[in-house]
Design a protein around this ligand. Structure first.
Ligand SMILES: [Zn+2]
Ligand SMILES: [Zn+2]
Length: 362
């Protein structure tokens, strides 16, 4: 079954605005599905491709977008069980058979498929993706939540979720998030849902205010505090929190050199630093602090698909709120909205909202 009247917004060349393109004759391969997109988040990675010249793995032109939720409207012969199901498409879909996948290191699979990087992505009415790894969404959704909001789970929620899982955050912990925008704001909520006492650090008062309403027990504005003051404030909060007081769990979610400096400076004895944000810029650190403090630093490239249902459950239970952290725009505004995101003119994470109603119709 082919799909009529599918279209998307593709990047033709670095620095140019997105261009509408028809996607005729979209047909799934035997192991693939066609998802009718409900929503697709715009991520900093997309801006990297379009503006900063980070090369996509499949050559341009390419429809961008890797934070996708929607409904399966066509399926290949080996994927028919997914038909008419609401799904989240993982941002990184491992191959499942290479040495990394067999060793359960799914996020480092070199044959992984990332929509909007290895093939056309979700700035579109429809997208063709491998069926393996799709995250099924139980229906009906709770009141106040609709499918397009779930798109950001495919990166902005699951990436900090995986970082928090690897850090082994428990109710005994104090978790610190440096940068509480689109990714860190979800991290704050996840850590709080797991019972940790949470500190939010940012330079934007409005983001700190939102974090205080959604899980942060302490908010600190790093634009008006030096590293020493931040350390003292975090240490006092940790003492008052009644937690066991061993080893802060620190999450660098700003993706800025200043944020990385701050996060590293906060490491204490037995501390843990998760590098979640990305910047191509370098920072100067005394790496020996890891040795002297018996501390750990670790990064993660996204989240394996088998961890998606846990993150989704937090959202469905209302323990992680999405709506206050996003802004919705129609798909056809993609070129203008994308340009606005690229020049940091939109405060919250943008979701391109595509379909509504008659979602069973291909
Ligand atoms: Zn992303
Ligand atoms: Zn693999």
């Amino acid at each position: 079954m082919g799909i009529d009247e599918a279209y998307g917004y593709r990047l033709v060349a670095v620095g140019e605005s997105l261009e509408r393109v028809e996607l005729p004759n979209l047909e799934p391969g035997p192991e693939e599905v066609i998802v009718k997109v409900a929503g697709c988040g715009i991520c900093h990675t997309d801006v990297g491709f379009a503006i900063e010249g980070v090369p996509t793995r499949k050559a341009l032109p390419l429809v961008l977008g890797h934070e996708i939720s929607g409904r399966v409207v066509a399926a290949g012969n080996n994927a028919t069980a997914w038909l008419r199901r609401t799904v989240i498409v993982p941002a990184v879909i491992p191959c499942g058979v290479c040495p990394a996948c067999r060793a359960e290191r799914l996020t480092i699979c070199r044959n992984q498929f990332m929509p909007g990087n290895d093939g056309d992505g979700g700035f579109a009415t429809h997208v063709r993706v491998p069926a393996r790894g799709l995250c099924p969404v139980p229906e009906p959704l709770p009141p106040g939540l609709s499918t397009e909001f779930l798109s950001v789970i495919a990166d902005a929620v699951t990436t900090p979720w995986e970082a928090i899982r690897r850090a082994g955050v428990t109710p005994d912990d104090v978790a610190v998030f440096v940068g509480v925008g689109g990714v860190g704001g979800f991290g704050v909520q996840i850590a709080a849902a797991l019972g940790a006492a949470v500190v939010a650090i940012d330079i934007d008062p409005s983001k700190l205010e939102l974090a205080a309403q959604h899980g942060a027990g302490l908010t600190l504005n790093s634009s008006s505090m030096n590293e020493r003051d931040l350390k003292v404030a975090v240490r006092n909060f940790a003492k008052q929190s009644g937690k066991r007081g061993i080893g802060l769990k620190i999450f660098e979610t700003s993706g800025t050199p200043a944020g990385q400096q701050t996060a590293f400076a906060l490491l204490d004895f037995g501390g843990y630093l998760a590098v979640v944000g990305f910047t191509p810029q370098k920072v100067e650190l005394r790496l020996s602090n890891l040795m002297a403090l018996d501390a750990t630093a670790r990064g993660n490239w996204g989240c394996p698909p088998d961890q998606y249902p846990g993150a989704l459950a937090l959202v469905l239970r209302g323990e992680v709120a999405i709506a206050p952290y996003v802004e919705l725009y129609p798909l056809d505004d993609a070129p203008a909205v994308f340009a606005a995101v690229a020049r940091h003119a939109v405060a919250r994470r943008v979701i391109l909202k595509v379909s509504n109603g008659n979602e069973d119709k291909p």
